[in-house]
Design a protein around this ligand. Structure first.
Ligand SMILES: *[C@@H]1O[C@H](CO)[C@@H](O)[C@H](O)[C@H]1NC(C)=O
Ligand SMILES: *[C@@H]1O[C@H](CO)[C@@H](O)[C@H](O)[C@H]1NC(C)=O
Ligand SMILES: *[C@@H]1O[C@H](CO)[C@@H](O)[C@H](O)[C@H]1NC(C)=O
Length: 367
């Protein structure tokens, strides 16, 4: 009797252990590579933060999101943007929600602070209306940090978690686009030469990155500028001399990118417990655009949707090109989903040491 009872007890225990083992296998497999993921940036990253702002930089209407399961969400794209793909490659089950819509649980797993029109400097794109510049995005993150501390109940646990998160920032494009496209409205063109401006921007960026570090960030990726000389809005204003892009614009923004790369080195030296990386977005995106052009019957210089000449955004309810996979640009500023996917892939798993420095996102997650 006793031995039968014991056997029964043991087989039940073994059975439960087996279930636990199987379950943990699945849990381990489905686990994101970092426990939390935060995004900062401009319209290339924004996924809904501008929807409730009074601004011209807002895309909560069709045809935006035509290839996105939930339709128009505020993403400046036909489908998914780079943060969506990065979250997927880092094994997150869902995209990171916009800070504007965050719930309590979201603060622990990450939010997206990016805002269309936002720049490193507060006055960038002031003429578009409301937008969150980098400083305001970092202030929003301070709020998140306070919520994480409150939820976890102590500062030590909070710091432990925040140290393990990944922080990805893509900002600076609008500061340059103002300079190139709106020289009359841009205060910067009156104040600085382009070289001085690049220095001012990197200095302001550096200050905000140090604040981010003080909030516990230790795995930080910063993007260089997009290949701004290739976007249709720029192609409408400047000559390309037979090339696919305005080369001097791509070259001039390198004044910023090389300084940002040096900043990454400097921050890594001064903060040895942190890992900063530089993502060469111009290199990644530019080669993808050219490859795309050479792959036949592809359109790289005209937007897929009918775009307003003023804001470069699609007209509300306009009918876009039927085959989005054949266009590199969705509207006059923003790449199509297919290009976002190609770029995000190379950031996650770099195909050349020039893509990401000194490591790619996959390696950053392991740090
Ligand atoms: C955010 O919340 C608003 C309502 O406050 C809602 O209309 C919108 O769909 C939400 N967006 C996302 C991306 O969840
Ligand atoms: C980005 O990559 C290009 C090659 O495509 C290279 O010429 C440039 O120096 C790189 N920029 C930085 C800042 O590393
Ligand atoms: C990274 O990309 C290379 C091709 O560039 C591929 O051979 C390799 O399997 C990829 N690694 C991972 C872990 O995805």
């Amino acid at each position: 009797m006793i031995s039968a009872g014991v056997t029964k007890y043991w087989s039940l225990t073994m059975f439960l252990l087996f279930i636990f083992f199987i379950k943990s296998l699945f849990l381990i497999e489905g686990k994101p590579q970092v426990p939390c993921l935060f995004f900062f940036g401009d319209s290339l990253f924004d996924n809904g933060n501008n929807n409730n702002l009074v601004t011209l930089a807002k895309v909560d209407y069709p045809p935006y999101g035509i290839d996105y399961p939930e339709g128009p969400t505020g993403r400046f794209c036909n489908g998914r943007n780079i943060p969506d793909f990065i979250a997927e490659y880092l094994d997150f089950e869902e995209s990171v929600p916009p800070f504007a819509n965050a719930t309590e649980a979201d603060y622990l797993t990450g939010v997206n602070y990016a805002s269309g029109g936002g720049g490193i400097l507060d006055y960038t794109n002031y003429f578009l209306g409301q937008r969150y510049d980098l400083k305001m995005q970092i202030e929003h993150h301070a709020y998140t940090v306070s919520q994480v501390e409150r939820i976890l109940g102590n500062a030590h646990k909070s710091k432990e978690l925040l140290n393990k998160c990944m922080y990805i920032s893509n900002i600076g494009n609008n500061d340059f686009l103002d300079y190139f496209l709106e020289p009359i409205l841009s205060p910067a063109t009156k104040l600085y030469t382009l070289d001085q401006y690049a220095g001012v921007l990197v200095q302001a960026y550096s200050k905000q990155l140090k604040i981010l570090y003080s909030y516990g960030a230790r795995k930080i990726a910063v993007f260089g500028t997009a290949p701004l000389g290739c976007i249709p809005q720029v192609l409408h204003k400047y000559q390309t001399d037979g090339k696919p892009c305005v080369e001097w614009i791509n070259k001039d923004t390198q004044l910023f990118n090389t300084r940002l790369l040096s900043l990454v080195d400097q921050l890594n030296t001064n903060m040895p417990d942190a890992q900063f990386i530089f993502i060469n977005y111009t290199a990644i995106s530019y080669t993808d655009i050219i490859k795309f052009a050479l792959s036949g019957f592809k359109v790289i210089n005209i937007a897929c949707c009918d775009s307003k000449s003023t804001t470069g955004l699609c007209y509300r309810d306009s009918t876009p090109c039927p085959d989005r996979a054949k266009f590199s640009f969705w509207d006059n500023y923003h790449p199509t989903e297919i290009l976002n996917m190609a770029a995000a892939k190379r950031m996650y798993n770099a195909s050349s040491p020039l893509d990401t420095y000194p490591m790619d996102l996959q390696q950053l997650a392991l740090k």
